[in-house]
Every structure is written in structure tokens, then in C-alpha cells.
Design a binder for this molecule. Structure first.
Ligand code: OXD
Ligand code: MN
Length: 595
């Protein structure tokens, strides 16, 4: 427990508001967590899985109306509307506090208030930050115990400081009409009501580590980004670190845990995972950019995860994992999801907890007929991951050599290119986009701009966010990481993928690191430096030289259309769009005109 006056005062206010019947301070001990697991099994909130096959693993189901993040009900409540910018929902903070307090008032009555002190980042790391979440959900406590570092030590590190993030979660009655996920960046406060689904209620993740932290990073001179962090080890045993941002459905977790093809493994190449979703980056004493993963676990999408697509992720879920909204195999009390293997259980409950007949599965109605919900999740401790980096738990962070942006583009971006410099790289990130897939609702192939993959996660005006990137580049000078863009998703005219992806993406990562080290060639094009086909190692790969040549091509017509779309996209940001980025766009147009 703590004597921190700012914490105690806030907790008093919250108790007064919420009227809990009991209060429990989460101390992070295994005994306390085990008692909570037992209690949640007794109440039916969690289901204990087969402890021989899945030791320490549980299944939880959320309400069918509460299965995903709700961007339409997510708000940035800055004092000035203009400061939330054109890409966020905004509400006046006083109005929103009043509304949320009215919704939450008295709703802990008959329930327990759990007080969770947590650290984003290794406890005591100079890059870490502290939060306190109160919740009326044991599921939240147990997930936070996996996803963050919790417990008594956090209070010790916090001491008397007022530098911590307040997080109020109240399940209320899980009413979608009154569901709100609200951020008050100027008050270091998050309030989430009427949801019990992970992304809306594990307040350390998207709410703190991205929305609030991006604002803090802007004010304090560091960066909170929606990026994986990986270490690439070469045959000499040297490890170089890369941070990479992708919109959803681009294989971010797969890239973070990549297993190189056998030919490269035999040579001694290996990938180490530092993080799969979020990166906090600060300039270190030597002037380079250092990154930590603020999280302590993976909140990964289950469907599609299997021993071929992502062996390391699957291994991570074999113990001490909470599964949410997957199917339950009643024959052996284990879990199943679409894409795990080709043997759906014959005797099973679906994600709603109803008897499930796998023969009725209909791809066109996944939510209605699948065993697992398409957005079902595993919450797994990062330490379970067979390729977790030694640096994961060290607080000083890893030096970043390259930053990679990416998206799903059938015809536009080449397999890989390097931006001309930092400012050009910020331009590339600001124009980042992905095309919708058949898996998503709505039209296929629609381009959605998602700058730096931060569209739903930037806690302030995106024009100011771009300016912050430019300022960081100025501070970093020639120590700045090199910025690249990748696209694993080029297709032929019949829509077939031309690049195998997965482990073979290692071949592209090798070129990227070689470029950082000055050991690889490239051709200067209108958009940046593109490898010559002979610069990408195709040994043992079923991709021919012509195909590689075609996916490295920069097509003038396609890019002229792209430039026009970027111009449209930029209009949103008005006069907060940095001049340097407008100049980059003009430069691109001029370069294309010369092609
Ligand atoms: C996630 C997301 O769940 O980005 O990580 O949506
Ligand atoms: Mn994410």
C-alpha cells in the first residue's frame, strides 16, 4: 500500500463516487492472484481449462455486444477541441466527467473495488511510467497482471510523486448505449465505462501506453508509438534493433516473432522479440534512439495463429494464459479457434458458450457461425515466448537502427524502399495506408490512411504529432534511425500474392540492416531508395528474378494517383500540417513528373 497523498485523495473521491462494498489492494503476489482466479471460477466469470495440457490457463467470454475496441465511442477530452484534432472524437472535459460520473455513480455497490498499481515498462526503468487502475472486474485484474508489471514495488518507485495516470474502469451493466472510453490527456486520466472487453478496459495498453503516452511524449520530448520491436542477430552474433508500425491485419505479431527460413537459420540468423505492439522511445546519453516495450505480455488475436503462421506466439499461449472468446473443446477441456489446425472439435461450445456445430461454419458469416470470435484473443506472458529478447526486461532500452512502416497495398508500394532522410521518412509514415481485405466488412481494396498506424491511438492533434516527429529528427541528427517502408502484399492481376511473406520477410530485413550499415546497394527512385533485385537474397526461395523485379517496381501512374490521394488526406490537418511535409509532397510530385 501507499502513503502517496495524490493517490489516496483520488481513491477517496472514487470510493465516494462508486460506493464499493469491498476494497482490495492488488499486491501482485501469486497467493492473492490465485485466490482471485478461484473466486472467478466459482462465480463463472472464468473457466479453468485442462491443467495438464494448459497449466495456469483460463477461458473467459465477454458479452456478445462487447467483443472489440469501440473507436466511435473513444474520446480525447482535451480542454480545447482543436487540440484533439480532426482524427479523434472530442468532448469538453467537464461535460464528459459529469456524464461519466453520472453513469458510474454507485455502480460498485455490491462489488469489490480492485486497486491495481502498475508500471508500463520494467519497474524503475528511466523509460517506464506508472499508472493506477481501479476496476470492478477480476478479469481485468488478472489480465493486467499479465500485460503489465503490477504490485507493491510500483508504490515504492512512485513514492510521493504525482506523476502517475489515473484509470477508472467500471463495468456498470455493459450497456453498449452508454459505453465510453475517454482520455483526459491534460489530467493524466482515463475513464472507461460499460465495457468488459480487453482493449477497452486494460487501461495500460492502448489508453495509457498510446493515447495518453503519445501526449506525454510530445510534452516531454519522447515518442510513444504503435510499433513492434525486434532484434535481428547476424551470424557474427551482433544484434541490431528495428521498430515497425503496421495497421491491423498486416501480420505485426508474426513479424515480431519471425523464424528465418532454414537457409538463413543455418547461417546463424535469428530474430529476438522485444515487443509486438507498442514502443516507447527516448534519446539516450549517446544521442541514439532507445526503445522499450512498455508491456509485459501479448494480447494477441487468436484466429489464424498456428504452428506454421506463428510458432512462437502459439508456444507463448501454452501456460498461464487467459483466452477470451475462443471455442471450448468439451472432450479435453482445451481451446480451439479457426486456423489453429484442420480438426475443429466435434463436441464444443462456441465463443458465446453455446453448443457449436463446426459443419455449419460459413465464411460469409464468421461472427454468427465460427467457433471462436474473429477478434478472440489470448493474453500471454511475454516471458513464455521462446524468442523473447534478453533485453526485454532490462530498463535501458535497445538502440533502434531502423524504423519500418508498412501496409497492405496490392499495386502501389514496392516490397521495400528506404526514405531519403528522416523528414522524407516522416512523410512516408504520415501517408501510410492499407487496403481493406475480404475479411473486413465493406468493400474490398478501399484505401484507409493510417498515419504511423496511430490513427485510433494518437492522443492529440495529428498535425502536431507529425511536427513532433520532425522535431525528434532534428534532435537525433545523424544518429537518427533510417526509415523504411515495406509491403508484403503486392499481387498479380488475379489477386495472387507475389511475395511469400512470413519467415521469408527476413530477406528484406537483412537488406534493411545492410543499408543501415552501409553494406547494400540501392537505386534512387522518385519515392526513395529501392533495392536492385540482385540485392535481395532469393536462395532456396520459390520466387524468380522477374517476379522480384516486378514487386520492386515504382509505377508512375499508380504513384501519381497516390500523390493526389495524399494531397486529399493532408487537407484534413489544415494549417497544423507542417510545411516540411507539404514540401515533401510537392517534391514527390516533381520527381514523378520527371519519370
Ligand atoms: C491491437 C490493435 O489490438 O492494434 O493491438 O487493434
Ligand atoms: Mn495494436
Amino acid at each position: 500500500m501507499t502513503n502517496n497523498q495524490s493517490v489516496l485523495k483520488w481513491l477517496d473521491e472514487m470510493k465516494e463516487l462508486l460506493q464499493p462494498t469491498n476494497v482490495m489492494w492488488i499486491d501482485g503476489s501469486e497467493e492473492q492472484l490465485e485466490k482471485l482466479r478461484e473466486e472467478s471460477v466459482q462465480s463463472g466469470e472464468m473457466h479453468k481449462l485442462n491443467q495438464d495440457l494448459l497449466p495456469g490457463c483460463y477461458l473467459h467470454r465477454t458479452q456478445p455486444n462487447d467483443v472489440a475496441r469501440v473507436e466511435g465511442r473513444t474520446f480525447i477530452c482535451s480542454r480545447e477541441k482543436e487540440n484533439a484534432g480532426p482524427t479523434n472524437n472530442w468532448c469538453d472535459p467537464q461535460e464528459m466527467y459529469t456524464k461519466l460520473y453520472n453513469i458510474a455513480r454507485g455502480t460498485y455497490n455490491g462489488r469489490t473495488m480492485y486497486i491495481i498499481p502498475y508500471s508500463m515498462g520494467p519497474i524503475g526503468s528511466p523509460l517506464a511510467k506508472i499508472g493506477v487502475e481501479i476496476t470492478d472486474s477480476i478479469y481485468v485484474v488478472l489480465n493486467m497482471a499479465i500485460m503489465t508489471r503490477i504490485g507493491e514495488k510500483v508504490w515504492e518507485v512512485l513514492g510521493d510523486s504525482n506523476d502517475w495516470v489515473r484509470g477508472l474502469h467500471a463495468k456498470c451493466n455493459v450497456d453498449p448505449e452508454n459505453r465510453y472510453i475517454c482520455h483526459f490527456p491534460e489530467d493524466n486520466t482515463i475513464i472507461s465505462v460499460n465495457s468488459a472487453y480487453g482493449g477497452n478496459v486494460l487501461l495500460g495498453k492502448k489508453c495509457f501506453a498510446l493515447r495518453i503516452a503519445s501526449y506525454q511524449g510530445w510534452k516531454e520530448g519522447w515518442m510513444a508509438e504503435h510499433m513492434l520491436i525486434l532484434g535481428l542477430q547476424n551470424p557474427k552474433g551482433e544484434v541490431k534493433y528495428v521498430a515497425a508500425a503496421f495497421p491491423s491485419a498486416c501480420g505485426k505479431t508474426n513479424l515480431a516473432m519471425l523464424i528465418p527460413p532454414k537457409y538463413l537459420r543455418d547461417k546463424g540468423y535469428k530474430i529476438w522479440t522485444v515487443g509486438d505492439d507498442i514502443s516507447w522511445m527516448k534519446i539516450g546519453p549517446d544521442g541514439r534512439l532507445y526503445a522499450i516495450n512498455p508491456e509485459n505480455g501479448f494480447f494477441g488475436v487468436a484466429p489464424g495463429t498456428n504452428e506454421h503462421s506463428n510458432f512462437n506466439a502459439l508456444e507463448s499461449t501454452k501456460k498461464n494464459t487467459i483466452f477470451t472468446n475462443v471455442a471450448l473443446n468439451l472432450d479435453n477441456n482445451t481451446v480451439w479457434w479457426e486456423g489453429l489446425d484442420k480438426n475443429p472439435p466435434k463436441n464444443a461450445l462456441n465463443w458465446r458458450g453455446e453448443p457449436w456445430d463446426y459443419t455449419k461454419y460459413d465464411k460469409a458469416d464468421k461472427v454468427g457461425t465460427s467457433g471462436a470470435h474473429p477478434n478472440s484473443r489470448f493474453t500471454a506472458p511475454a516471458k513464455n515466448c521462446p524468442c523473447i529478447s534478453d533485453e526485454f526486461d532490462k530498463g535501458q532500452g535497445v538502440p533502434i537502427s531502423a524504423i519500418i512502416f508498412g501496409g497492405r497495398r496490392a499495386k502501389c508500394a514496392p516490397l521495400v524502399y528506404q526514405s531519403k532522410d528522416w523528414v522524407n521518412g516522416v512523410f512516408v509514415g504520415s501517408a501510410m495506408a492499407s487496403e481493406t481485405t475480404a475479411a473486413a466488412a465493406g468493400a474490398v481494396g478501399v484505401v484507409r490512411r493510417d498515419p504511423m498506424a496511430m490513427l485510433p491511438f494518437c492522443g492529440y492533434h495529428m498535425g502536431d504529432y507529425f511536427a513532433h516527429w520532425l522535431e525528434m529528427g532534428e534532435k537525433l541528427g545523424d544518429k537518427a534511425p533510417k526509415i523504411f517502408n515495406v509491403n508484403w502484399f503486392r499481387t498479380d492481376d488475379d489477386g495472387n500474392f507475389l511475395w511469400p511473406g512470413f519467415g521469408d520477410n527476413m530477406r528484406v530485413l537483412n537488406w534493411i540492416i545492410d543499408r543501415c550499415e552501409g553494406n547494400a546497394d540501392a537505386v534512387e527512385t522518385a519515392i526513395g531508395y529501392v533495392p536492385r533485385p540482385e540485392d535481395i537474397d532469393l536462395t532456396d526461395l520459390d520466387v524468380d528474378f522477374e517476379t522480384l523485379t516486378s514487386i520492386l517496381k515504382v509505377d508512375k501512374d499508380v504513384w501519381e494517383k497516390e500523390a493526389a490521394e495524399i494531397e486529399e488526406h493532408y487537407k484534413k490537418f489544415g494549417d497544423r500540417l507542417p510545411e516540411e511535409l507539404r514540401a515533401q509532397l510537392n517534391n514527390l510530385k516533381e520527381n514523378l513528373a520527371k519519370m
